[in-house]
Design a protein around this ligand. Structure first.
Ligand code: FNR
Length: 341
């Protein structure tokens, strides 16, 4: 059952990516152009540091998969792409490993193919401390993601319906594992209030995981016999809105959900993110064009991101923060509604 679900998620997510994307609220974020702000490219560094972690680049491949034969092969290719480009890489949810230790290899390949890379383990908020430690150990993870996905669970035919244990569960895991814990949404966004709560639970960083990219409401609706949750389309906050909402967050934030181009990465950094994560876009490249194409694409993104920082006069990702931004459209309305200056 779990293996089938993992395969369904990959298939349905890639189908979504193959359809042309429409407007995304990153489009409502523009940089003021200063013709003489430019730097020398040689003076730009993409390195980023947050929550005691150091990454060579502010771009990562975010959590996707593992647990079945097909998804093990995908993880192998993602690990190769991460190794060749130096981007950090997150595992998909490792619950399948707790249910069936026989599928361990579909996750451990993330480390065996990428021995020196930065790798994140991934569990849900109902995992025990022991399970969280096993997940970290299996892939010698440098950090642990806990995903929170109440909308997905609600629409998922076989999903969880009990969420009250999640808050204490996150606190126990954060206190019980040796590596920093990052809590992430899966495409509906973390609000300012949620990020404050996470900080009080000992969580070290928040991956805002907003709306605008892969839509797990639609994916799970597509797995139902009757697609009866269609009215939830558009639920949640976009990633750009989440970044604006968490400007004064007490812990560092990462941006994921609907990051489509190096310009979206630059926008996310300028809105305060320490890094930007990509899932669906890179998955589609891998499945449609192969691992060599994915390596080339990530290399191009990093190259272009450095070019954009040069153009914008920012020597580092952190120097881009709050650099003359214009906020338009619905995103501006969101700021007014939430009292954001
Ligand atoms: C995901 N995502 C995800 N997240 C997570 O924390 N654990 C998981 O197991 C999965 N599984 C998964 C499978 C597939 C096929 C995709 C495409 C995505 C969610 C992912 O990490 C990310 O939050 C969302 O996909 C939004 O980012 P994009 O796709 O818009 O870049």
């Amino acid at each position: 059952m779990t293996a089938q679900r993992k395969d369904d998620h990959v298939r349905l997510a890639v189908e979504q990516q193959r359809r042309p994307g429409g407007h995304n609220q990153f489009d409502d974020v523009r940089f003021v152009h200063h013709a003489l702000a430019g730097l020398d490219r040689a003076d730009v560094s993409l390195a980023t540091a947050f929550a005691g972690l150091s990454w060579p680049v502010p771009l990562y491949i975010n959590a996707m998969t593992g647990g079945s034969e097909m998804t093990g092969a995908i993880n192998r290719d993602l690990a190769i792409a991460a190794r060749e480009t130096g981007v950090p890489l997150a595992s998909g949810s490792m619950s399948a490993y707790f249910k069936d230790p026989g599928c361990a290899g579909t996750f451990s390949v993330l480390r065996t193919e990428n021995p020196a890379g930065f790798v994140l383990a991934n569990v849900n908020a109902t995992a025990s401390v022991d399970q969280a430690r096993r997940a970290v150990d299996l892939i010698r993870a440098d950090a642990l993601q806990i995903h929170v996905n109440t909308v997905q669970e609600t629409v998922m035919p076989e999903g969880d319906r009990s969420f009250s244990s999640w808050v204490p569960g996150i606190g126990k895991i954060a206190a019980g594992v040796e590596v920093p814990v990052i809590v992430k949404e899966v495409g509906f966004g973390l609000s300012r209030e949620t990020v404050l709560l996470l900080e009080s639970l000992g969580v070290r960083a928040a991956d805002l995981g907003g709306r605008g990219g892969t839509d797990f409401g639609r994916i799970e609706n597509g797995r139902r016999e009757h697609a009866d949750y269609g009215y939830l389309t558009g639920w949640g906050q976009s990633t750009a809105a989440c970044l604006l909402d968490t400007q004064d967050a007490p812990i560092p934030v990462l941006a994921s959900g609907g990051v489509r181009t190096p310009l979206d990465v630059a926008r996310a950094l300028a809105l305060g993110a320490s890094g930007a994560g990509v899932s669906g876009t890179f998955l589609r490249t891998l499945l449609d064009d192969g691992v060599t194409a994915l390596i080339a694409r990530i290399t191009t993104w990093l190259d272009q991101l450095a070019a954009l920082l040069t153009l914008l006069g920012a020597r580092t990702p952190a120097a881009l923060t709050h650099r003359d931004l214009l906020i338009h459209g619905e995103l501006r309305d969101f700021c007014v509604d939430r009292g954001i200056d």
